[in-house]
Design a binder for this molecule. Structure first.
Ligand SMILES: *[C@@H]1O[C@H](CO)[C@@H](O)[C@H](O)[C@H]1NC(C)=O
Ligand SMILES: *[C@@H]1O[C@H](CO)[C@@H](O)[C@H](O)[C@H]1NC(C)=O
Ligand SMILES: *[C@@H]1O[C@H](CO)[C@@H](O)[C@H](O)[C@H]1NC(C)=O
Ligand SMILES: *[C@@H]1O[C@H](CO)[C@@H](O)[C@H](O)[C@H]1NC(C)=O
Ligand SMILES: *[C@@H]1O[C@H](CO)[C@@H](O)[C@H](O)[C@H]1NC(C)=O
Ligand SMILES: *[C@@H]1O[C@H](CO)[C@@H](O)[C@H](O)[C@H]1NC(C)=O
Length: 489
């Protein structure tokens, strides 16, 4: 038996080497450029309505074109996967967590993912903040060998941080899955299967009746539902390869989503009775727990773009100036991602209204959308850098303290990484969270019960470290750029 297998292998090898020798002679190397598909231009009327000066015009065009170069299969607008199947194919009333479509094999060559990892995508039903059933999408990222070496891989549900606000910004359509080594690559290479919801409104952007699906940005309970209903659908799609044991982990917007998953499991036990037994814990990195205590010039337009879907009387001009509202409308029209929105809203100082808090919407939304201060199913690990410019250390600590005070019997550990920023907290604390995940799956006891705080100092003096990332994974999938991926052969 063994001998024949060996023979088969050497035949395969011979075939592939001869293939290399004949037809795979390296092509001439072309200068690498990321500006394929860079045909996007703003129209004169868009420029005029949004009052963009020449610098901003060029900036927006550059960002949109760079974002486009990151789309696998041309992005959700061009990729048939994101077309919802007709309702006639489902039987009975729609429930959340129903599987609508499975793409078991997603061609990995369109992505800049590590060798020997694989992708699937699913479309499924979730609910929006107010409970309407809507379609959405997500991906499953497969390890070469699962960590437990069993038939079913342990699952980490990955809740991404902000990619954007409109249909084009689905991580499942992004060449490096939006968060690359910061989390999904790391998790899959450690032997976990990763299920990642895109979040409603990102990817699938209209429902069956054609009505738009807004991305209810920072409505943490809704995003948590996207994660849990997606996990239910993923388990239906891949019952033989996904294990029921899971951990949820997220960062920033997704840190709040992961925290809100822990809350949903405590507060809606009936709704998630099927998933709850497999839950092993949650990791919330740099979680947004008080969204208005931060950069209002960013938060007001990004939450304001969808708030009418929760409070129908809300108008963007309740929070934004006429200029801000016009620039937000432009961002929606061109489906600009986070890079576009921050350029539009944070260049200059005349986009948000100083008196935005005179209306009731901010406080009402904060009460509904913020994670924290509620009961939750532990254990919960919170990771926070004390130099985070976006999600402030003092805000997270306040949420953690108030939550622990209200629920002293729940297990909540906060790890403070000294001298560390917003997304880099994932890199700085990587060995710690990988170990934490491993220990939970292995059923090891927690380091301590109840509320706990750990301070993490760097090994070398902190000023010697790279503070922020300054590179991205490079997709070099065209044959003339293959020379860049030499070590991937
Ligand atoms: C360029 O865009 C087209 C259409 O959106 C898409 O089919 C193609 O894959 C893109 N090319 C590259 C290299 O991504
Ligand atoms: C819907 O059902 C029809 C008929 O059973 C089938 O041919 C089609 O492939 C289905 N479409 C989807 C998207 O599942
Ligand atoms: C959605 O729910 C919120 C909170 O319960 C409520 O205030 C709002 O009126 C609802 N909106 C819609 C569109 O039903
Ligand atoms: C902010 O607004 C003031 C007056 O409204 C203006 O003088 C100033 O140049 C603006 N600053 C920026 C960075 O746009
Ligand atoms: C709005 O103002 C009130 C006090 O008038 C304050 O308590 C509240 O925190 C403010 N809310 C936001 C979102 O800024
Ligand atoms: C929290 O920290 C931020 C930024 O470091 C600061 O601007 C803010 O005033 C602080 N808030 C409180 C309540 O201490």
């Amino acid at each position: 038996m063994l001998t024949s297998k060996k023979t088969a292998l050497s035949v395969v090898l011979m075939v592939s080497f001869s293939h290399l020798a004949t037809s795979q002679a390296p092509l001439p190397a072309a200068v690498y450029r990321a500006d394929f598909n860079s045909s996007f231009k703003l129209t004169p009327s868009q420029i005029q309505t949004a009052q963009l000066d020449n610098v901003l015009v060029e900036t927006i065009e550059n960002i949109v074109n760079a974002d486009r170069s990151q789309f696998a299969f041309g992005g959700p607008r061009q990729d048939d996967f994101y077309t919802i199947p007709p309702l006639t194919n489902t039987t009975g009333p729609l429930k959340p967590g129903q599987l609508l479509k499975v793409q078991p094999f997603t061609d990995p060559r369109a992505y800049a993912i590590p060798p020997n990892t694989a992708l699937s995508r699913i479309m499924y039903t979730t609910t929006n903040f107010n409970g309407t059933v809507i379609p959405t999408s997500g991906f499953i990222f497969w390890p070469f060998i699962p960590r437990n070496s069993r038939k079913k891989a342990p699952v980490v549900v990955w809740a991404h941080g902000t990619s954007g606000f409109f249909g084009q910004q689905a991580p499942s359509a992004h060449r490096s899955l939006w968060y690359d080594h910061k989390a999904p690559f790391t998790l899959v290479l450690a032997g976990y299967a990763v299920f990642a919801p895109d979040y409603a409104g990102l990817g699938v952007s209209a429902s069956w009746d054609g009505s738009p699906i807004p991305h209810q940005y920072h409505a943490s309970p809704a995003t948590a539902h996207d994660a849990l209903y997606g996990l239910r659908a993923a388990l239906k799609a891949f019952p033989d390869t996904l294990g029921v044991d899971f951990i949820v982990m997220g960062h920033s917007q997704g840190g709040a989503a992961a925290w809100a998953v822990a809350e949903a499991l405590a507060l809606e036990p009936q709704e998630f009775a099927d998933l709850s037994p497999g839950y092993n814990g949650a990791i919330a990195a740099s979680p947004t727990t008080r969204v208005f205590e931060g950069l209002t010039s960013y938060i007001l337009p990004s939450v304001g773009q969808m708030l009418h879907s929760i409070f129908p009387s809300f108008q963007p001009t309740d929070w934004l100036t006429d200029l801000g509202a016009a620039q937000l409308q432009l961002a929606r029209e061109i489906e600009g991602g986070i890079g576009v929105l921050t350029q539009l809203m944070m260049t200059g100082n005349n986009t948000v209204r100083q008196d935005y808090n005179k209306t009731w919407y901010a406080d009402a939304f904060a009460r509904l959308g913020d994670a924290g201060r509620k009961d939750f199913k532990g254990p919960l690990l919170v990771l926070q850098g004390d130099q985070d410019p976006l999600v402030w250390y003092n805000v997270t600590m306040k949420t953690v303290e108030e939550t622990c005070k209200r629920f002293p019997h729940r297990d909540l550990e906060v790890v403070v990484a000294k001298g560390v920023g917003h997304t880099p907290v994932l890199d700085a604390t990587r060995p710690l969270w990988l170990r934490w995940i491993e220990d939970r799956f292995d059923g090891k006891p927690l380091a301590g019960k109840g509320g706990m705080r750990t301070e993490l100092m760097s090994f070398l003096p902190v000023e010697r470290y790279m503070r922020t990332g300054n590179s991205v994974p490079l997709w070099a999938g065209l044959p003339e750029f293959g020379y860049l991926a030499t070590l991937s052969v």
